[in-house]
Design a protein around this ligand. Sequence first.
Ligand SMILES: Cc1ncc(COP(=O)(O)O)c(C=O)c1O
Length: 399
Amino acid sequence: MRIPLNKNTIGASEKKALNKVFDSGYMTMGKVTKKFETTFAKYLGVKHAIYVNSGSSANLLAFSAIQDNDKYRQTNHKKFFLKKGDEVIVPAVTWSTTIWPIAQTGATSIFVDSEPSTLQMKISEIKKAITKKTKAICIVHVLGNAGYIEEVRELCKKKNLWLIEDTCESLGVKKNKKYLGTFGDIGTYSFYFSHHITTVEGGMIVTNDDYLANKIKSLRSHGWTRDMDDASNYEKKFPEIDPRFLFINVGYNLRSTDMNAAIGLVQLKKLKKYNESRHMIGKKWNEAFSHLKKKGLFFPMEITKGTKASWFGFPVLCKSQEMRNKLKIHLEKNGIETRPIICGNMTKQPGIKNIRYRIHGKLTGADEIMDKGIFWGSSPGMTKTEINHVIKTINGFFK
Ligand SMILES: Cc1ncc(COP(=O)(O)O)c(C=O)c1O
């Protein structure tokens, strides 16, 4: 038996939708993308959703949107836009491209420890990490669980800070009945192959803020005014330039295509079913392994209060690093693919030497997650036999 980290969920209906776009002859970003964006925004209950080619691109645009880099647009925002040397608080346990976009704005990443039990950023440490230079907090909802978003939102309100929610690993998860990614100024999502839904590659940015949404649309596409709702303002300001080709900012090309969006529209319809399945699989394994937890051998991720998790995979921490290493070999030998918990402690990754960063306090939790943690897949398409194979394999190891 082979249990991969993720199973392909792209089937006949996605292929049909894809072919329809292909046959239409209009494949680049257009009407289907717009429909995917409005459907996604409606699903989450937000004003704007902007489709891009990856979750990393969504993060890049999120931090670029709160950067002090917009000469021609008026905003009455009371928050301070990021300048070189400003600080952004981030968890030590996250994906690399939560961090690199912060460096690209010139800001400094301030790493805060994560809880070994829930894998989420420690709320008590976030408070202590705030300095006069702090301009934003980026919370990352790790592996289908939720971070302490309500508390962080309060903190951001009190201290006048931007709140970015990297929700790439927790699409469709709610905290106290509100979707993750909709609490802050900007939420980001990934539709990479292994995520809650897929467009093969892809990502989305959501916001309720008109100014940020328009800026993101321009930055997504060359710094162009073409997709902006307020394009006419700039057309009036620069009458000597052809309004169809007016560029007002230092943009990228992070667009996706109507073909990917068509897959996304089909997948979005299945999200509820997929998440329910991931939730049930997680619950089942938690019950099955409770005796190992009682014995202090093996600790599945704990779900934060008020969250209905949709397990991205099944992360566990073993009693020791040695045990984790042996378990990894045992699982792989039995056909169960494994991986580390995201990037472990990001400050231990060699690439970190290329950016400006500071560690707040100690990262003992993140180290523990890196040294003793492991996860395997909890794909929505898993069969009963596969779910039981994992239980038997783990119990066999501890016997
Ligand atoms: C927390 C987090 N942020 C960002 C990303 C980047 O998403 P993508 O792979 O779509 O670029 C990932 C990818 O897995 C992620 O886990």
